[in-house]
Design a protein around this ligand. Structure first.
Ligand code: CUA
Length: 307
């Protein structure tokens, strides 16, 4: 995962400046104090004469200096922190968000309200655009952190927060949940795929369309999806299911990973996931469905056609 030391947005750039200035200042003070203490220990060590050292005190100039200098440093760091907070926050939250992120135990629901796109765990962004994000939680407190793009932000039930996600160039960036939220906390990965504006528009258009019609094995898979409990938790466009306990699967096959980053989205891993999700992601809310081998083959054919 990248760090705020390699920022791709003005927000993360402001954070890097604050981090570097604070560390440099603290490092300088640390070295200075260590140096002075070392000097005093050696220069004024007990030389075996047994005499008391010369006593001194009440030097007003020095007392004023060592009160004013730290005060100045504190004020400087405080001002820089306030400026950084201002630069890292959205300039306005007074408009509809470009992206609504809802944190769930243990995955991220992603809604692009303007384009009627719902997906999960893999954010797509156009390079160079500051996306206003509304962050919510469906259950407990989570925390969204994409270190190269923005400060950490809590996802609190019942209290939407806002942040800006942006990147100045296309690329793949990683985010995570940064607040312990239960058994699956370590597997709440968030991939941020920053694309050229043209590629992003094409992606958004593709995601806003219903998936292609299921035929053959996939049609049988779709029937299994509808008749077993899958449909109670997962939404798929065109099936009339609106469940959102688990991720929307409308374009499942277009995603790179399974289970919020726990495995690559390959036929082998999907097979494991359908047979026994708990073996891949212990504690997750997807139960073991006890599907027959034929049912798994049919379901896989259906899910892998959801592009
Ligand atoms: Cu969600 Cu930790």
């Amino acid at each position: 995962m990248g760090t705020p030391l390699s920022p791709v947005s003005p927000q993360a750039d402001a954070l890097r400046t604050l981090i570097l200035v604070t560390v440099a200042l603290a490092g300088f003070i640390g070295l200075l104090v260590t140096g002075l203490v070392t000097y005093a220990v050696i220069r004024y060590r007990d030389r075996g004469t047994g005499a008391e050292p010369r006593q001194s005190g009440g030097n007003r100039k020095i007392e004023i200096a060592y009160t004013l200098i730290p005060l100045g440093i504190q004020c400087g760091l405080f001002s820089l922190t306030v400026v950084t907070m201002h630069r890292a926050e959205p300039t306005t939250t007074n408009r509809p968000p470009d992206l609504v992120i809802v944190a769930h135990q243990w995955w991220w629901e992603l809604n692009y309200p303007g384009a009627h796109v719902v997906t999960a765990n893999e954010i797509h962004l156009p390079a160079g655009k500051a996306m206003l994000v509304e962050l919510r939680s469906a259950d407990v407190i989570h925390e969204l952190w994409v270190p190269q793009m923005a400060p950490k932000m809590d996802a609190v039930p019942g209290m939407p927060n806002h942040l800006v996600l942006e990147a100045d160039r296309p690329g793949e960036y990683l985010g995570d949940c940064a607040e312990y939220c239960g058994a699956g906390h370590a597997w709440m990965q968030l991939r941020v795929d920053v694309q050229t504006p043209q590629d992003f528009e094409a992606w958004e258009r593709g995601q806003s369309r219903p998936p292609s019609l299921a035929t053959g094995l996939a049609e049988r898979g779709r029937d299994i999806f509808q008749s077993r409990t899958c449909i109670e938790c997962h939404a798929i466009d065109g099936l009339g299911s609106r469940g959102n306990v688990g991720p929307d699967l409308t374009h499942f096959a277009s995603r790179a990973t399974l289970g919020a980053g726990v495995a690559d989205n390959t036929p082998e891993e999907l097979d494991r996931w359908l047979n026994d999700p708990q073996s891949l992601k212990p504690g997750c809310y997807m139960p073991r469905m006890r599907l027959t081998p034929t049912e798994v083959v049919d379901l896989m054919a259906y899910l892998e056609g959801l592009r």
